[in-house]
Design a protein around this ligand. Sequence first.
Ligand code: Q9C
Ligand code: ZN
Length: 343
Amino acid sequence: MKTVYSPRHRLHADNQELNAGVITPAFELPARVDFILQRIAAVGLGAVIEAAPVDAVAAAAKVHDAGYLRFMADFWKLWLAEGRTGPTMPYVWPARGQRDIRPQHVNGLMGYYSFDGGGSFVAGTWEAVQSAVWSAVGAAELIHGGETAAYALCRPPGHHAGSSTMGGYCFINNAAVAAQWFLDHGARRVTILDVDYHHGNGTQEIFYRRRDVQVVNLHADTAVAYPFFSGRADETGEGEGEGFTLNLPMPFGTAWETWGAALDVACRAIEAFGPDALVVSLGLDTFEGDPISKFKLTREDYPKIGARIARLGRPTLFVQEGGYAVEDIGHNAVGVLSGFEGA
Ligand code: Q9C
Ligand code: ZN
């Protein structure tokens, strides 16, 4: 399997996050990509291709709000104009009872276009974000060109990014961009299967009213886990999209027996939908050693995920999402991809 990635991901570094009362360095680190690339080379997974530049804003504009994209493109300039140079963090959000109104000042814009403090910019963030879109589109092109599967090693990740909101380390929803790209290049139906520990709230929001993209999510129960405000089993889509969203929340402590059974339920729903292409939002934060998560998958479980997905027999694009046990992420990510190849 070929991997597409851009070294520009590294421009997004030294940012911060806000968590239950503390601001900390972000868990989402450039080293994650280094460990994955090391493991790809060690097992000889396949060629690693540097993503060619594409018009990321045009590709993203199909699933994101134009004002939101303009905000991210202009953001660092506005921040510098305020005399600030350090990492950013939104701190005021429009909540129930307030107006959905776009402010002019950068401090207000940050909150208007985010849902948490996880959308933290540094000087190179926007370049890195665009380069992740290059990787997603580049890997989708490989599949369009006849590859059975490809791996977009995207960083920063994307599945928390909604049509007009950043958060959870995500800015542009790489998986959503790729799914739309497949539709615009001949696919009639696409499924996004999200196996990240956290509910892919952004992906769900983007496609909630659509029937051409099925969104299937396996994640920690959002009654008790981030991102809290979506991801329940009773969210099934709306309007035309009714029945095309499937959420499979699971309790803290979930290990393979339960998780693998949920993957089987997910795969049966995907078979029934019959997509022309499958996009897998590949998070590895279900790992027992993950520092911010509470599932118990082991290194041995990841190849089984890949093998089950391969049995669907669809052109499959893996898009990198979360996973913060940095020294294990290579084994676990490449475990899924090798399991797919070996099936
Ligand atoms: N104590 C992704 O995996 N913080 N984003 C949660 C838990 C935010 C994760 C706090 C986690 C975002 C792509
Ligand atoms: Zn996650």
